[in-house]
Design a protein around this ligand. Structure first.
Ligand SMILES: N[C@@H](CCC(=O)N[C@@H](CS)C(=O)NCC(=O)O)C(=O)O
Length: 204
């Protein structure tokens, strides 16, 4: 049976959320680990925009946005408008500040305090959600947790002491639960770079 093909890059948070959703849904795909600076032609042919993740379905359909891959994988579960909105805000409002924070040298006007204040607005929003439940929308991990956690992990890793000392106990507990979750560990297993003709790497 032909499997969907997932072009992915281990450390990319967008690819992580795609892998998390696929693994969470219990779907099996063929994993093709790429090098961002030398992407395979097979991937660029089907998705010329050149970002990962890219999912190629057996019927030839291409899904080239991580959000859409999560939607595809988790479609059996009910995804609410509010969950989508929180993930969307992560990509539009939080990610630009995360990029500034991660790569301060790329912007000569970089200001750490402003960045932390602006990114902090989104962190506060998550903190408020987590006030009621251990996951963002209830007692079980869902679309929003999977879609957002890889980005919060990246943010935390820039200055872990600052993050752990910030006054957001629920967010910190949620973050720790995520990084210690074996479901997360399992999607972070290292795979060699894919080359045409290689044997299939099954994921998960
Ligand atoms: N909107 C895209 C963004 C994906 C994205 O930007 N991925 C990065 C890696 S984290 C990428 O592939 N960048 C291309 C490159 O670095 O050449 C999505 O959600 O899938």
């Amino acid at each position: 049976m032909k499997l969907p093909i997932l072009y992915s890059f281990r450390r990319c948070p967008y690819a992580m959320r795609g892998r998390l959703a696929i693994a969470h849904a219990g779907i099996q795909v063929e994993l093709r680990e790429v090098l961002l600076r030398d992407k395979p032609l097979e991937m660029l042919e089907v998705s010329p925009k050149g970002t990962v993740p890219v999912l190629v379905l057996p019927n030839g359909k291409i899904i080239e946005e991580s959000f859409d891959i999560m939607n595809w994988a988790l479609s059996a579960k009910t995804i609410t408008h509010n969950e989508c909105k929180l993930v969307f805000l992560c990509d539009t409002d939080f990610k630009p500040w995360l990029d500034q924070y991660k790569y301060p040298n790329k912007n000569k006007n970089y200001n750490r305090e402003i960045t932390l204040e602006q990114a902090g607005k989104y962190l506060d929003l998550l903190e408020a959600h987590l006030h009621k439940n251990i996951f963002l929308f209830g007692g079980a991990r869902g679309f929003a947790d999977i879609g957002i956690a890889p980005f919060i992990r990246q943010f935390a890793n820039v200055d872990i002491e600052w993050f752990l000392e910030s006054n957001r106990p629920n967010l910190i507990a949620w973050y720790k639960e995520f990084i210690e979750w074996d479901g997360f560990e399992s999607i972070m297993i290292k795979h060699p770079r894919w080359f045409f003709g290689d044997p299939i790497t099954f994921f998960p």
